[in-house]
Design a protein around this ligand. Structure first.
Ligand SMILES: NC(=O)c1ccc[n+]([C@@H]2O[C@H](COP(=O)([O-])OP(=O)(O)OC[C@H]3O[C@@H](n4cnc5c(N)ncnc54)[C@H](OP(=O)(O)O)[C@@H]3O)[C@@H](O)[C@H]2O)c1
Length: 244
């Protein structure tokens, strides 16, 4: 699959942030249909386009995930975007925080991947796109539970990339740096808006780029990691200890 034009796309966490921007960007790409999933349909914006099909989905609910995989059996591109960030250090962080991060960002996203893999294989050529994070490459200790969950998701993304290749399902990891959404509320960083990065994500998906880093901050960090993983670890060490 080269273009997203005329494709059927399923996007989780579509009511705000990056997910909402991905719906708008998919419409601009000429998608045929977009399943816009939100755990509370009252929160889903009116995208003003009949190609958008609202779907109720809490990804932590296995029954709802199964229902969606049946309901949206024509999905050709799945974008696993829904996620949470519960901050906390690894040594002082309480177990609930660590488990919550894992439950949503890893186990529930993995459940989506498992439920939709047969759908995507049936509709191949197809795409599975996981919105992961730059902290999958190296952990930011102030958000250690989130980082661990995203590292686990990145690993699952790489495994499924190999597993699904013979089925003509291309698996992409999207690993942004900081983006200006509710997830970063109160942060002083200079961050791009989700509306700015969503079209870049979809362009990169169309180009077949497997590891996508859509923003400048993320690209700088990714370049450090590619050069030597210790370099990015040192950057995060300094951020943690200086608070900058
Ligand atoms: N912002 C960043 O800097 C950044 C950087 C790297 C990666 N990411 C990743 O990008 C993705 C989107 O984040 P965002 O920045 O757009 O954050 P956001 O504005 O906080 O949006 C998170 C979205 O995920 C949904 N969600 C959370 N738990 C869910 C669940 N159990 N079931 C279904 N939907 C659920 C939320 O729904 P509700 O409105 O119902 O809560 C919301 O739509 C996440 O996976 C995040 O980890 C973000």
């Amino acid at each position: 699959m080269k273009s997203l034009q005329d494709k059927t796309i399923f996007i989780t966490g579509a009511n705000r942030g990056i997910g909402k921007s991905l719906v708008a960007a998919s419409l601009k790409k000429g998608a045929k249909k977009i399943y816009a999933a939100s755990r509370n349909l009252d929160k889903l914006p009116d995208f003003g386009d009949p190609r958008v099909v609202p779907v109720a989905l809490d990804i932590t609910r296995g029954d709802q995930v199964e229902h969606c995989a049946n309901l949206a059996g024509d999905t050709e591109v799945l974008i696993n975007n829904a996620g949470i960030l519960e901050p906390g250090d690894i040594l002082q962080g309480d177990t609930t925080m660590l488990r919550d991060n894992m439950e949503t960002n890893y186990f529930s996203t993995l459940r989506m991947m498992q439920a939709f893999a047969p759908v995507l294989s049936r509709n191949a050529p197809a795409k599975l796109v996981n919105i992961v994070s730059i902290v999958a490459y190296s952990p930011l200790p102030s958000i250690a539970g989130y980082s661990a969950a995203k590292a686990a998701l990145y690993s699952a993304t790489l495994s499924s990339r190999i597993e699904l290749a013979p089925h003509r399902v291309m698996v992409h990891a999207v690993n942004p740096g900081a983006i200006d959404t509710d997830m970063n509320a109160g942060s002083n960083w200079e961050m791009p808006s989700p509306d700015r990065i969503a079209p870049s994500i979809l362009d990169a998906v169309e180009q077949g780029i497997l590891d996508i880093v859509p923003d400048e901050m993320g690209q700088g960090m990714y370049a450090q990691w590619c050069e030597n993983p210790e370099k990015l670890a040192k950057t995060f060490h300094d951020m943690y200890h200086t608070g900058k």
